[in-house]
Design a protein around this ligand. Structure first.
Ligand SMILES: *[C@@H]1O[C@H](CO)[C@@H](O)[C@H](O)[C@H]1NC(C)=O
Length: 385
């Protein structure tokens, strides 16, 4: 899927193509089956809605659960309804579990990755940060802040009170991070340990390389790129894609290993991002993937332009039903990153079934029209004038 990457296995395996071969007209038995399936689907959708509404909330300050709370029943319903023709015209996107399954366990923990695999995710996204002493760990700044709070860390609350930047992974040694625990007992993992865990069960792994260093400073980008390339070699991760907000890291990884698939982050949301040129869609020619912010991935003209330039489009990070729907309706994304992989996969599956139903209906109507016009022709021939 990444074009000319000789010897690499396809990074995106599409399980089902909505444009499958045509079938003969439905018999009465088949129609009954379709009705049964439709009733089953309605039940499934209803229970999914219930399930998500009742799902236990993570820590109250978890942004993703706030987003999920904003999902109205109507939005969830729309997510499963009436797919756009753009959605039906392309193979459905791959669902990438961001930090594992955040609905099941704290993000980026072994339990979250296990839950994502158990839930059928074939793609995971792993947040990669570098400790003060050079260990690559799976940890987001947001989670570090939460872990420090749980440990009763006065440093993070003091920093927050003074409006100082939150502590970064690069402020800590690997040993210090190993002491931090979530309430369930889960701790911080190395990237290598997580890769060994998810490699056998996935088709695709995205490493999102973070470059925040010790409070305020940028991390040494060359050292980061080298550490990532070394890790890719050690783990022989053929289905790994490396992306970063730092173009320097992306370019350096590609230079160190031209065979490594890379992506760059495209984002227009803030003035700072636009001033840094991060909104420019086609700025790294050698990269295989555009990691597109969800607001831009909802614009069909943008995804089409990226695809036209032979880039794969990976949209991030769609957590609400509204975000998911706008990305799916725009079409053009090869993969969509989310904290809620089961919710997104369920929506994609029900939409894909609706595409098939629409197609079958159109087929039946087409046949009916054809029969009618044939009959008319026969009548005209039998009774000219
Ligand atoms: C970013 O791009 C999207 C898609 O074109 C657009 O709808 C949105 O308004 C843009 N956001 C900003 C802040 O420019």
């Amino acid at each position: 899927m990444f074009g000319d990457m000789s010897g690499r296995q396809p990074l995106l395996q599409v399980k089902q193509d909505p444009r499958r071969p045509r079938r003969p007209a439905a018999t009465a038995a088949l129609r009954n089956q379709v009705l049964l399936v439709a009733a089953g689907l309605a039940l499934l959708a209803a229970s999914l809605v219930l399930l998500y509404r009742r799902a236990p909330r993570q820590a109250a300050d978890d942004a993703s659960s706030e987003e999920e709370q904003r999902d109205s029943e109507r939005e969830l319903q729309l997510l499963h309804e009436q797919p756009s023709s753009e959605f039906c015209a392309q193979p459905p996107p791959l669902v990438c579990a961001h930090g594992g399954d955040a609905a099941a366990a704290p993000p980026n923990t072994a339990a979250a990755f296990r839950a994502a695999l158990d839930g059928g995710a074939r793609c995971v996204e792993v947040d990669v940060a570098r400790t003060k002493d050079g260990q690559l760990v799976v940890l987001h700044t947001r989670e570090l802040t939460q872990l420090l709070k749980l440990a009763g860390g006065s440093a993070s609350s003091a920093a927050a009170a003074h409006g100082a930047p939150p502590p970064q992974v690069g402020d800590f040694t690997w040993r210090q991070l190993q002491a931090l625990r979530w309430p369930g007992g889960e701790g911080v993992e190395t990237v290598e340990a997580v890769l060994h865990m998810v490699l056998p069960g996935t088709d695709h792994i995205t490493l999102d390389v973070k470059t925040y260093g010790q409070a305020g400073e940028e991390v040494d980008e060359d050292a980061m790129a080298q550490a990532v390339v070394d890790l890719m070699r050690r783990t022989a991760c053929r289905q790994c894609l490396v992306w970063a907000k730092s173009d320097a890291v992306v370019l350096q990884v590609k230079e160190l290993d031209p065979q490594q698939a890379v992506g760059y982050v495209v984002l227009n949301e803030t003035a700072a991002a636009r001033a840094a040129g991060m909104h420019r869609l086609l700025r790294i020619g050698s990269a295989e993937v555009v990691a597109l912010h969800y607001a831009m991935a909802a614009d069909a003209a943008i995804t089409a332009a990226a695809r036209g330039a032979r880039k794969q489009v990976h949209a991030w990070t769609a957590n609400t039903a509204g975000m998911m729907r706008s990305i799916l309706d725009a079409g053009g994304a090869h993969a969509v990153v989310t904290n809620h992989p089961r919710k997104l996969q369920a929506a994609i599956d029900s939409r894909t079934r609706r595409c098939r139903q629409q197609e079958q209906q159109e087929e039946r109507q087409g046949k009916l029209h054809q029969q009618q016009s044939e009959r008319q022709q026969q009548q005209q021939q039998a009774d000219p004038g």
